[in-house]
Design a protein around this ligand. Structure first.
Ligand SMILES: C[S@@+](CC[C@H](N)C(=O)[O-])C[C@H]1O[C@@H](n2cnc3c(N)ncnc32)[C@H](O)[C@@H]1O
Length: 475
């Protein structure tokens, strides 16, 4: 026989909470708020300086996709499936893995990105600047903790740099009639559910990283939640067929606690390699070659001043960056590519010495930049530059812009620059080089409609003046 106990105060309070939506919401918000405080993510919920460092500045490409104007995600998924497109539907997004059909449906989009790219579309049918990953009655504090799509790019890049998540190639908009969708372009992770033990090891590493790195998980008490339960973590953890490594695909479960600190870490590890030519002993250990935006570190070159000058001059020649492929030979920390992508370039390709490349890639990632590839190589005049350009970018070469800044004395003038008909080439010489030498230096390039559009001596940062020439091919 059981005697009926009077309900405890706690039980009474729980019942009361369960009956009140308002109180349940407040309780939920408080849980996320206290989680954000514990994890050093308070700024994401309450607003603060750290967040301002965390948003991609890369221009968002808008694609006019010739698809019907769907009212919502359900309609779009059903239509795509009717066309024979494989679609995986999740709670907040649906994902279109790479497949031949995409070249037919969205040819321009499929052409720009690597053929391993898949498209993760937010069900919140708004453009990236307005859409939210979590939508539809989510707790306000949780939504802020997860962040906007533009903020998520930096976290996704961080997850990738730790070897935990896939590479993100872009955050872009697909325009269909008056609707614009937010689309993450990610490198497809092909594989299957990992064995239990490997999943457990992965989660143990994750736990360690949440204590020793800037990686944080957006769930309070995440261990044991569906998304972090072995072996498959609710379909999020995949063992890659190609490498056997595990990748966690849903980056909204993570947040970087301080994007600026990440950048500082990369710079302090990479100062030696970015610090090309010995730098300036009196300027201290962290003196860089190129100034990095948002980062108060002294540098030899003033990226902002250089970039503003080049944009203005190229505009006079009717060459703007939107939609162009940009090459930077001897790109150093990649700040010229970064500026070009922020100005709307479709893709950036950079080259530098092999030991420089990992740092360049990381610095660009820490700035939220994604549409680029950096190749490592010891360049010289004979270097086959064209061999590094993916065939998907070849149709864009005739409208491309090439930067050849302060590298000729190290690598010569690459012969391959004569083998494709770039639209503009910006040449910058070295300290001590004279404007009067430019015509002779650039002679091999001034043919097939190429004109010397502008010549000057340019001075910025701590550098002495350098001769600079803008070559433009007339069409
Ligand atoms: C003086 S810095 C110029 C960097 C950048 N172009 C700029 O103007 O801001 C020269 C760059 O060329 C790279 N470099 C020098 N010799 C090279 C070589 N043989 N192959 C590839 N890169 C090289 C250096 O690592 C460095 O990043």
């Amino acid at each position: 026989m059981t005697s009926k106990q009077p309900p405890s105060l706690l039980r009474k309070a729980k019942r009361f909470l369960a009956r009140s939506d308002f109180l349940r919401n407040q309780y939920g918000n408080l849980r996320y708020l206290s989680h954000s405080l514990r994890e050093g993510l308070w700024w994401s919920v309450l607003g603060g300086a750290a967040g301002t460092q965390e948003q991609t500045k890369q221009a968002i490409l808008t694609w006019d996709v010739a698809l019907p104007a769907f009212a919502d995600a359900r309609e779009m998924v059903a239509w795509l499936q009717e066309q024979g497109v494989t679609v995986h539907e999740g709670f907040y997004t649906f994902y279109i893995p790479p497949q031949p059909k995409l070249a037919e449906l969205i040819p321009a989009v499929a052409e720009l990105y690597p053929e391993t790219a898949g498209f993760k579309i937010l069900k919140d049918f708004r453009p990236p600047t307005q859409a939210h990953y979590l939508h539809g009655g989510e707790l306000a504090a949780r939504a802020k903790l997860v962040g906007s799509p533009e903020e998520q790019v930096v976290t996704a890049n961080y997850l990738h740099s730790l070897g935990l998540g896939p590479r993100v190639w872009d955050l872009t908009a697909w325009k269909m009639g008056s609707t614009s969708l937010s689309v993450f372009v990610v490198d497809h992770v092909a594989g299957g559910e990992p064995p239990l033990g490997e999943c457990e090891q992965f989660l143990a590493r994750l736990k360690e990283l949440t204590a020793t790195s800037l990686l944080r998980i957006t769930f309070p008490n995440w261990q044991g939640t569906k998304d972090f339960s072995c072996p498959g973590c609710n379909g999020n953890l995949i063992k890659q067929d190609a490498t056997g490594e595990l990748r966690y695909i849903d980056f909204q479960n993570f947040r970087i606690s301080d994007a600026l600190q990440w950048r500082e870490q990369i710079v302090s590890e990479g100062t030696e390699v970015f610090h090309f030519g010995g730098g300036r002993p009196l300027r201290g250990k962290k003196y860089l070659y190129q100034a990095i935006p948002g980062f108060k570190q002294s540098a030899k070159r003033n990226t902002g001043k250089r970039w503003n000058f080049l944009v203005e001059k190229l505009k006079e020649a009717n060459v703007e960056f939107a939609g162009r492929v940009v090459f930077d030979v001897g790109c150093n920390s990649g700040m010229i590519l970064n500026s070009a992508l922020n100005a709307g370039a479709a893709w950036g390709l950079g080259w530098d010495r092999p030991r420089v490349v990992p740092f360049t890639t990381k610095i660009l990632h820490s700035l939220g930049t994604t549409r680029f590839h950096i190749t490592g190589g010891e360049l010289n005049e004979e270097y086959p530059l064209l061999g590094d350009i993916s065939s998907r970018l070849l149709p864009a070469l005739s409208e491309s812009v090439v930067f050849y800044l302060s590298v000729r004395q190290h690598i010569g003038l690459l012969k391959d620059l004569q083998k494709f008909s770039w639209r503009a080439l910006i040449y910058e010489g070295h300290q001590g080089e004279a404007e009067s030498e430019l015509a002779a230096i650039l002679h091999p390039l001034i043919r097939d409609g190429v004109k010397l559009f502008h010549v000057t001596t340019f001075t910025d940062g701590d550098s002495a003046g350098r001769p600079l020439a803008i070559l433009v091919r007339e069409r």
